[in-house]
Design a protein around this ligand. Sequence first.
Ligand code: IVH
Length: 694
Amino acid sequence: MTISLFDMSLEDARARHKNLADEIRRHDALYYQKDTPELSDAAYDKMRRDLEALEADYPELAKSDSPTQTVGVAPSSGFKKVKHAVPMLSLSNVFAAEEVGDFIDRVRRFLGLPDDELVEMAAEPKIDGLSCSLRYENRELRLAATRGDGTEGEDITNNVRTMEDVPKTLPAEAPDVLEVRGEIYMRRDDFAQLNERQEAAGKPPFANPRNAAAGSVRQLNAEITKKRSLHFFGYALGEISQDFAETQWDIREKLKAWGFAEAEPARLCGTVEEIMDFYDSISTQRPGLDYEIDGVVYKVNRLDWQERLGFVSRAPRWATAHKFPAEQAVTVLNDIEIQVGRTGALTPVARLEPITVGGVVVSNATLHNQDEIERKGVKIGDHVVVQRAGDVIPQIVRVLEGKRTGRESIFIFPDKCPECGSLAIREEGEVVRRCTGGLVCPAQRVERLKHFVSRGAFDIEGLGEKVIALFWEKKLVDMPADIFRLAEKNKKREPPLQDWEGWGQKSADKLFQSIEDRRAISFDRFIYALGIRQVGQATAKRLAATYGTLEDLKAALTKAQDRESESFAELLAIEDIGPGVADELLGFFAEDHNLAVLAALEAELTIAFYEAPQVGDSPVAGKTVVFTGSLTSITRSEAKARAESLGAKVAGSVSKKTDYVVAGGDAGSKLKKAQDLGVTILSEQEWLTLVATP
Ligand code: IVH
């Protein structure tokens, strides 16, 4: 039946609009959330077209909550952030057979295993896609999330529901809570077809299947994701309510039985030789596989060992990725330019004649520093071999001297900052030349701002490097606190952001909202955001865990300026903080302009007290522990790692602040000091009982 639209009164049209919209929403829910569609695609599409036709004639009905404006998912300005129940990690890398041997030796040493004990590894391809965590509750898919920064990702459930090889329900034997970690990827043929469609539609093609998969998952319209043929395979577990496997291999088998795909081919290997044999065979098969892989992953097969091994910073000790060698190509180096980083480092960047390396067009490569240019003997105009491996910045491997014409020119490294003209100096023993302009140097100021909003820091949606650079140029932001004054400032600005080219009321409001959302920030992110040299995310977390609040951190660092003080000793007692990092920290807190940056930020923000993750109600959370003497059933590193994962601080020397001293065999002066100070002393067995998981 065709309705002649203009025969309808506005009232009738409104009623029909409501009926159609409600029906479409109901079918969306059946399709996306319950996975039990009642309509054929064609019938559903017809309903949508009818609704669109109605709105074309009665534009007043096309409100923002209409299904024509939202499609499938609830109206959303982006993806909701979700915290992972168990952090999502990445992997360490090895590149050669001997490093594989080292990896196994490290596992052996950590667990204190004898040389003849078999350490079995489950080996499988490393597929190049994006990691995703699927959470099932009562055997139903409840949540799919991206890795994000490892602690917090984005809710992509609606999109993942459209993927065929993600089971929506699990059989009765699966545990009540199950998180399957795995990789979303796109096959080569689907990638080629997608790019053909992109180009036919006049849109830019994706650089590689990985980017295409990531771009497809991040579609607000789940229907687009559905059309992109994405695949998923499971490779590890997150939170589970009940153990159901003893080995990594069992996990693979169970997941397969429950409807998941697994990376193939896979093999259990007992020795380095077997591992290398598998690696070689995968390398040979690589060109023929219908998906792109960038290496092979080895995982300690025994799960009880995996648990004991735990992780360092962001990667498990029980797994590593054996990467394939980088891909290379030859091109001409047209010029060398100097970039000034956030900490003033002058980095030479090679501008190359664009060339495709391993499927990606490369036009820049890093030259690292002055010595590197000299060591490689690079001249402007040279033919050079460039390589790229995974996501790393392309590098120049060597110069093809045979191709020289004599017209190449030597690059002279500047001794002035190209951005601000300040002297650039290279300190004794340093490889890096640095601009001495500090915050006078515009490059350093803007780079600091970029770092401030980066992923591990404030991670403000819609405020990436490009937008910061633009705001900087337009003098909207100068120091970090200005970001939080943007909305106010914009009210008085002519023209306001919403009138700029490429912006509108919606995108401006959205940006201001995401800035508002970040006014409350965790303490570790805050520390990391400051961009203090050598203070990465792991160190920021440790500082946050040790000092708890900004006030305490500032007080401690002020006192620690006196290197004889107890505060200084306490700073050095924090894991991974050596004299170098301590110098940077003290230097930062001694500068007035940095204190001004801090004060301005404090006026805008609420900084949350840091709570160390995953410590639960462990009896050692927040306690300071010293290990001394030789332990028999676990190694010192394992004991230390385990204590830290439970939220304890492990110190190297005994003081009044020590809560426990764990004394192994032949404990000496530390035990004596503990006795003198009246610190609680535990035997190895008592310690193990204390930290045993209930
Ligand atoms: S195991 C705790 N197995 O590679 C992390 N990861 O570069 C355990 N990846 O974050 C990861 N294929 O997203 C594992 N067969 C595989 C993999 C794989 C691809 C990804 C994963 C990881 C990244 C690290």
